[in-house]
Design a protein around this ligand. Structure first.
Ligand SMILES: [Zn+2]
Length: 794
């Protein structure tokens, strides 16, 4: 046992020396400095983006204002528009051409998105073990319908402010407009584009917008990426004109919008912005209900289900034009249908003054009337706490074909109850209920990230999805106790963190594999670990809010986030960003071994008795066990025994005692006191198997049953990121030690977290063996034929 060897060398005079030796750097082979600074990877700070992570004195961004007139042709399912863009060049650069995004071109039969799509492997479909892995009816329908659909923009005239045609070139989902003269720094240019396109059937072709056809033959249109939009131009990237392949979303400039939408006269339109002409498009009753809703305590119905059901039964041939204006938004979307039920409730708090509104077909009830608008207000109330006051006048949730998608002031959300085809009974699953509340929180939450904190979505999905999913997690916690959250909790990410099919979070959107885990769940968990385990809530919340405040209505990059979190919390977090965002390491700390040490008293009567007890505690050798009862010569001839037969090596001599008394006399009082303290010293070896450095959270169990928690910062790994030894001092013997007792660090293997090791309870299912002989074709052949179409008994 190590303790014996240790006591032999751990003498009185050496006490101080030995303790300092423990604190020295342990030997470190294959050094990998997980704490080296990120400057080698982050862009050099500038006066545009400072080293503290804030926008600098020279910060600039472009601006694009839009004036759009559009008409929805319901029967042909097309949208036709004319827009004028006024582009403000706030950059210090002269621009000889402008890039415009044509997102609808993803629906062209030969789009890059279509041509570059792959399946996981040849085996994936052939050997699919369940429906999730295999080819589905919907999948094959979509694959076949895609090339047959004549989607994409038809671009008509492109003209300058004086009506002269401008030269342009279309590169798949991007269009370059060549300017006759370069647009100087500080200048602006206005130009117009005529366009039209066929709207996709969302349930067949997918997408972030589209129409849905109902059994009653009415359509519900959710319209987005519907007009040519300015590509972003900014300091660290230049033009962001990476092609739209489907995953990387939209990188856009802020501006003011003036939009007129012409739709069938019996449609209700939900839209980004504020309605300018309620007198033209709403009834007096609807306007009156809207006024009541402004100060109501619960949602007020503006269009009732009965009114919507009546509207479904007729089709107006007339049209109406809805006029909306929106200030300082980066995009614009709308929805239109005669099927819409509409409810609304005002919410006013601090500088927020918003009308929360939900639009849904009867198929959404009873879920939607109960939860949607309430969830919008809850989102704004919660997100305001962690970022900034919601600045827009409306916040909308629309139920339609799109499962969940965000735009400024408006979001499209999918969950609905189900109707039993036979009985007509309407029920909903727990998953649909919390799926609806969760998706409304998520999509309305996107107003903050990235609609206002305007990160480059085409480049970094985590900057909007990750940050937003994190605040969504906090908002869901505030909805009800034990809210069934699908992501966030560190323990929920561990199987992904262990998996091989991974790329770092800092990977371009289009190259991300395991999208939900990589771009949503992992950054969410990282921020929860940062908040609860690394920084603590006070430091974290201040820093996170500072980031949101600094970058609202501006465009942050990853380094601006990393630097602001460090700058405002006063903590070097480079190790954290490096591990969680730039690698696929995981947290797996193992307690490898523990040595108990007690300071030697040097008193020979105490020490030799202790040494004897240690010897006696050793197992009896197998030879000695089997020799028991063997006749011995000294037993037959007792005269052979002497002093050494009566005394063992641990007998205390007077010489020992004299030496002890002399040395005690030489001790200083503080040295005597230290000897008398009776502390228990434990040397604990930890190894970092997962590679990701982590704070240690140690739960120490003492002999009396008392438990204490020690929180040790991640810097404990700075000299050696693979193996460390830590000294733990206790007042009474330690009987147990657990690393990460609350599963807060995302440790991927908790079986090595405890000393002594814990037995892991589990269950194994027993299965019957398959009958020998396989299928009986002879018997199947003789089975009586049933009439075609007869349904199996349920
Ligand atoms: Zn999202």
């Amino acid at each position: 046992m190590i303790r014996l060897i240790f006591r032999a060398t751990f003498g009185l005079a050496a006490l101080g020396l030995s303790v300092s030796a423990l604190a020295a750097e342990p030997a470190n082979t294959g050094f990998d400095d997980k704490f080296r600074q990120l400057e080698e990877m982050l862009p050099t700070p500038t006066t545009i983006r400072t080293a503290s992570g804030a926008p600098g004195a020279a910060y600039w961004q472009q601006r694009a204002d839009y004036r759009i007139r559009a008409t929805l042709d319901e029967s042909r399912r097309t949208l036709t528009g004319l827009e004028t863009i006024t582009y403000h060049n706030n950059s210090p650069d002269a621009l000889s051409y402008l890039w415009v995004q044509l997102d609808q071109n993803i629906y062209k039969p030969n789009s890059d998105a279509r041509m570059t799509s792959t399946v996981p492997s040849r085996e994936a479909w052939a050997n699919a073990k369940d429906a999730d892995a295999g080819l589905k009816f919907e999948g094959l329908r979509s694959t076949l319908a895609g090339p047959a659909f004549e989607g994409g923009f038809n671009i008509g005239a492109v003209k300058d402010g004086s009506g002269r045609p401008l030269h342009y070139v279309i590169n798949r989902t991007m269009m370059r407009i060549d300017l006759p003269q370069p647009l100087k720094a500080g200048g602006r240019v206005a130009f117009s584009i005529e366009w039209n396109y066929k709207i996709n059937e969302q349930k067949v072709l997918g997408g972030r917008a589209g129409y849905e056809q109902f059994d009653d033959k009415n359509d519900l249109f959710e319209i987005a990426q519907w007009f040519p939009r300015m590509a972003a131009y900014y300091d660290t990237y230049g033009w962001q004109h990476k092609q739209f392949l489907g995953s990387g979303e939209f990188t856009l400039e802020f501006g003011d919008y003036d939009v007129q939408i012409t739709v069938p006269a019996d449609h209700i339109v939900a839209s980004t912005g504020e309605l300018q002409n309620p007198g033209d498009v709403l009834t007096a009753t609807q306007r009156d209900r809207l006024r009541q809703a402004k100060t109501a305590k619960t949602p007020v119905i503006i269009v009732t289900q009965l009114e919507a059901e009546a509207a479904e039964k007729v089709r107006s041939t007339a049209s109406k034009t809805w006029h909306f204006k929106a200030k300082n938004v980066r995009d614009f979307a709308f929805a239109s249908s005669r099927k819409f039920i509409w409810d609304a409730q005002g919410f006013k708090k601090d500088s927020t003054d918003v009308m929360a509104m939900s639009y849904y077909p009867k198929e959404g009830n009873p879920l939607w009337e109960k939860y949607s608008t309430q969830a919008i207000i809850h989102t704004i109330d919660q997100y305001n706490k962690y970022s900034f006051d919601y600045p827009y006048p409306t916040a909308i949730s629309v139920n339609g074909p799109v499962g969940g998608m965000e735009y400024p002031m408006i979001s499209f959300n999918g969950p609905r109850p189900v109707k039993d085809k036979k009985t007509g009974a309407i029920t909903y699953s727990k998953r649909s209920k919390y799926g609806l509340i969760g998706v409304v929180i998520h999509e309305v939450g996107h107003n903050y990230f990235p609609m206002i904190v305007n990160s480059d979505e085409r480049q970094w999905t985590w900057m909007d999805e990750g940050l937003n999913s994190f605040v969504q997690y906090l908002a869901e916690q505030a909805w009800e106790e034990n809210y069934p959250q699908s992501r966030g909790e560190p323990r929920a990410i561990t199987s992904y963190m262990r998996s091989r099919d991974q790329v770092p979070i800092m990977t371009n959107s289009e190259s991300v594999v395991q999208f939900g885990f990589n771009a949503y769940a992992k950054p969410t968990t990282a921020l929860i670990v940062l908040r609860e385990t690394v920084l603590g809530r006070e430091l974290f919340d201040f820093a996170f809010r500072e980031y949101a405040q600094r970058w609202k209505f501006k465009r942050p990059t990853p380094s601006d986030f990393f630097r602001t979190m460090e700058d405002a919390s006063g903590t070097d977090l480079d190790w954290f960003w490096r591990g969680w965002f730039y690698t696929i390491d995981n947290v797996d700390v193992s307690i490898d071994g523990i040595t108990e040490m007690n300071v030697s008293t040097k008193n020979p009567d105490v020490e030799k008795a202790w040494q004897r007890a240690q010897r006696d505690a050793q197992p009896v050798s197998i030879t000695d066990q089997r020799n028991k009862g063997t006749p011995r010569r000294v037993d037959a001839h007792p005269e052979l025994k002497d002093f050494y037969n009566a005394n063992d090596d641990f007998t205390v001599t007077n010489k020992d005692r004299n030496k002890y008394n002399e040395s005690v006399g030489e001790l200083e009082d503080w040295q005597k006191a230290l000897l008398a303290q009776g502390k228990h010293l434990y040397l604990v070896d930890f190894s970092n198997i997962g590679g990701l450095v982590t704070p240690l959270v140690l739960e120490v169990t003492l002999a009396s049953g008392k438990k204490t928690i020690e929180r040790i910062p991640a810097e404990v790994w700075r000299y050696n990121s693979k193996k460390i030894t830590k000294l733990i001092v206790t007042d009474e013997p330690m009987t147990g030690l657990t690393q990460d007792p609350y599963w807060e660090t995302a440790d991927t293997d908790t079986s090595n977290n405890s000393w002594p090791r814990k037995v892991m309870p589990s269950r194994v299912e027993l299965f019957k063996s398959r009958p020998a002989g396989g299928e009986d074709m002879m018997s199947d052949y003789n089975t009586k034929l049933k009439p075609a179409g007869e349904k199996p008994a349920e």
